[in-house]
Write a protein that binds this ligand. Structure first.
Ligand code: SIN
Length: 281
């Protein structure tokens, strides 16, 4: 396996590995370590069917739970992210977020495999939440270590949310409901179970408040943290090609699906891996 950095900040492309037909457990451990270190890993030119994709994911962990979106028939852990060329509605994933951070145990990692992509456009952007935290002053770091963020799926999947009502024009079967309004508290700063590094665990899609603070207080602090996290020096961007598989570590990154490919089709398979309850050690 050869690993080439994507940017000076983080992210890496992985070469000399064929994911079709399964990988050895030693290779799986190397990938886990590389992911923890690089946060985003991009595997190019992989020729996978849905079974290969599931097998690769299972070699790295257990499947995570996927709420609100209908999976592929016969493959309860795989989503098809499909946007047809003529679609106009809100784009799934188009807002800075860490996957399902409103769950008690949000997914550790997400795997996305490109079947069909626009000739240009449809990239995915990532932030590095280790760098976002480490670049703050010692005083701000110690304030944040004492706080818990409140996460909720309401803005996306609540009855009034972006995907709250069925959209007949959408190729994806997204169905929000009232369960989305539940609040889940997580530390604003979490320790990574493999690296021990601390990262800022907030995102503008799902983090809706801070425990013990008024709305005005929490909004001001969260706005600062959202803006701080997405500064260009803490980001990288993945350009897709058919056969690209990208995986990211939700414990240390936010991501954003860029909506700049109107008139083109984009189709992906997506799996999340089960994670643990975030803690700060
Ligand atoms: C996601 O948020 O999981 C989807 C990202 C993408 O489609 O690029």
């Amino acid at each position: 396996m050869q690993i080439n950095a994507l940017t000076g900040a983080f992210g890496a492309e992985v070469f000399d590995i064929d994911l079709k037909g399964g990988i050895e457990s030693e290779q799986a451990r190397s990938i886990e370590e590389a992911l923890a270190e690089n946060v985003v890993l991009v595997f190019r030119n992989q020729d996978l069917d849905i079974y290969d994709f599931e097998r690769f994911a299972m070699s790295l962990g257990e499947f995570g739970e996927t709420p609100f979106i209908a999976p592929i028939d016969g493959h309860p852990n795989v989503l098809r992210l499909l946007r047809e060329a003529e679609e106009k509605g809100p784009l799934f994933g188009s807002g800075w977020h860490s996957d399902w951070s409103f769950q008690l145990q949000p997914p550790s990692a997400t795997l996305l495999y490109a079947l069909e992509v626009p000739e240009v456009g449809g990239d995915t952007a990532f932030t590095n939440q280790y760098l976002a935290f480490e670049s703050l002053s010692d005083s701000m770091q110690s304030i944040l270590r004492d706080l818990k963020g409140l996460h909720s799926a309401e803005r996306s999947y609540g009855p009034q949310g972006t995907f709250g009502q069925p959209d007949p024009g959408s190729s994806m079967h997204i169905q929000g409901d009232e369960t989305a309004v539940v609040l889940q508290a997580h530390p604003l700063v979490r320790s990574h179970p493999l690296t021990g590094r601390q990262s800022l665990f907030v995102n503008e899609v799902y983090t809706v408040g801070i425990e013990g603070m008024t709305k005005t207080e929490s909004s001001a602090l969260l706005e600062f943290l959202f803006e701080h996290s997405r500064q260009i020096a803490f980001t990288c961007r993945v350009r897709w090609m058919p056969g690209t598989l990208t995986m990211w570590d939700n414990r240390a990154t936010q991501h954003f699906a860029i909506n700049d490919y109107s008139g083109s089709k984009r189709e992906m398979y997506r799996i999340t891996l089960a994670g643990e309850q975030p803690v700060l050690n």
